[in-house]
Design a protein around this ligand. Structure first.
Ligand code: PRP
Length: 176
């Protein structure tokens, strides 16, 4: 039987941090009308669900899908749009919601692409940031946790589609 991944960030700590992020975002956008949340599939689906339900401002949910990893755990650096948002974002405030920023290529691509559509603003929110893996500098305006160079699963993140629905962020060792 497979053993459970070691806990890196507990369910309680995630919930507390998501509360803080939602409060900060709600305060920052309090006078800005509706905020368009763009969740990046698949990894952000749980974070977006929890974050969006804790906001106290008007919000509109969109999803976008990109592919950034060509084979398993080996990042290619190239980002490809797999599914676009449905709504026009012209003149609207946009918040990209990511589960994790690793090399930064995905977020960099998305910021540029969405900014080219004439939104009122584009900001970013990520639950996790692997800061020592950065290849492209991107601004994360709302960040949950900084982590080291470890493979993490749970709360939307997977290893070959396993462990996405773990309630906590766990560490796995793919080569073991
Ligand atoms: C992960 C994560 C980010 C991206 C970050 O997605 O959800 O979108 O990688 O990596 P980067 O900073 O190096 O670009 P993944 O490609 O694993 O797809 P998934 O979310 O569908 O699991």
């Amino acid at each position: 039987m497979l053993k459970d991944p070691e806990v890196l960030i507990s369910e309680q700590d995630i919930a507390a941090r998501v509360d803080e992020l939602a409060a900060q975002i709600s305060s920052d956008y309090a006078d800005e009308g509706e905020l368009v949340l763009v969740g990046v599939l698949k990894g952000a689906f749980i974070f977006l669900a929890d974050l969006s339900r804790r906001l106290t401002i008007p919000r509109h949910i969109e999803f976008i899908a990109v592919s950034s990893y060509e084979h398993g755990s080996v990042p290619s650096g190239a980002v490809r749009l797999v599914m676009d948002v449905r709504a026009s974002i012209e003149g609207r405030h946009v918040l990209i919601v990511e589960d994790i920023v690793d090399t930064g290529h995905t977020l960099h691509y998305l910021i540029n692409m969405l900014e080219s559509r004439g939104p009122a603003s584009v900001r970013t929110c990520a639950l996790l940031h692997k800061e020592h893996k950065t290849e492209v500098d991107v601004e994360v305006d709302y960040l949950g946790f900084t982590i080291g160079d470890e493979w993490v699963v749970g709360y939307g993140l997977d290893l070959a589609e396993q462990d996405r629905t773990l309630p906590y962020i766990g560490v796995v060792h793919p080569d073991d």
